[in-house]
Ligand binder design. Sequence first.
Ligand code: 1CP
Length: 375
Amino acid sequence: MPIDTRPGIPRAAVKNDRLIRALLRRPLDATPIWLMRQAGRYLPEYRETRRRAGDFMTLCKTPDLACEVTLQPIERFALDAAILFSDILTIPDAMGLGLSVQEGVGPRFERPVRSAAEIRALGVPDPEDRLRYVMDAVRQSRQALAGRVPLIGFAGSPWTLATYMVEGGSGRDFRRVKGLMFEAPRLLHELLDKLARAVTAYLKAQAEAGAQVLMVFDTWGGVLSTHAYEEFSLRYLAEVVAGVKAAPAPPPVILFTKGGAGWIEPIAVTGCEAVGLDWTQDLAATRRRVGHRVALQGNLDPLALYAPPERIRAEVSTLLSSFGTGSGHVFNLGHGIEPDTDPEHVRVLVDAVHELSVPYHSGVEPSGVEPCRVE
Ligand code: 1CP
């Protein structure tokens, strides 16, 4: 029976509910799969729409085009979820930092924030005002999907957003933001507190606009020491989850810290439904540690998609067997898909996950224990 976690939506609103079932660790027929950056440069149809848009931010800010791109991978492959086409940097852009994204250069801010005055001048954007284009893209994508698969909404973590805002673009050694962390930690906390409020409001608004699952990308949490991670990233991730969960009928939440292998237990107790894993983490061991609490998402090395089809199937088989029987696994890559990936290899991956995972969902546990409670 199809399930949906939001009241007011007919139970049949999602025809393919594998993702939601896996996140809630309920029985299902096969392991769901979606891919980080599944709508993007590896697809010729994306490159064509981006060309028509002229530049990346126009693509994000034009709901018709964002919706078109959101659906492109769903039209091509048997994926079990759509992820909204947008970017984590929409929030700093709405805060007035002036974002541009150039081919081969990446994201850049015209007005990075570094001083106390610059941080204190930042406002928390109203999602239905300066970020209305994102909410419109959610509403339109949800309508266009017509319940085929659930729609994932997302945001960057406060720490990850702060790295871009302070560095002024992609960091390499994070010299500036770490400088602030060591020299003016209270000022960085002021920025992170503002960002946590902005991210919470943004995710709640996406859920209200129709996003059925929410994911938080903490792409740069892994560059921190353990105690700095707890103080400057995890604490704000937990605040965001608590804020999102305070709304009536909140959707399931996935938290992903790239490089967070050492911190899976504290991430799993934030109140999220699932933890995303990068490819360095062992699925079986992680399931033993936290699989009774949360679902796990991941974690094929994105570069495995360069390998020939037989090797891709073998990698899928290894990961499925590593997770083992029962619900609670969402297949994904350990990070975003590379732009020069062959789309036909994505087809091989998606079909292999569906085909090879069926025996893991027969409903008959060899030991007779509840699926997902592996000790
Ligand atoms: O030239 C182009 O077309 C721009 C490339 C691009 C794309 C396709 C950017 C710029 N953003 C996106 C889309 C995007 N970004 C999505 C779309 C939905 C999907 O299909 O998954 C999502 C979820 C993101 C999220 C995002 N943006 C993250 C977190 C996930 C991750 O990859 O770690 C981060 C760190 C960003 C910042 C960003 N935006 C764009 C780029 C190239 C980057 C990364 C820059 C860097 O490496 O620091």
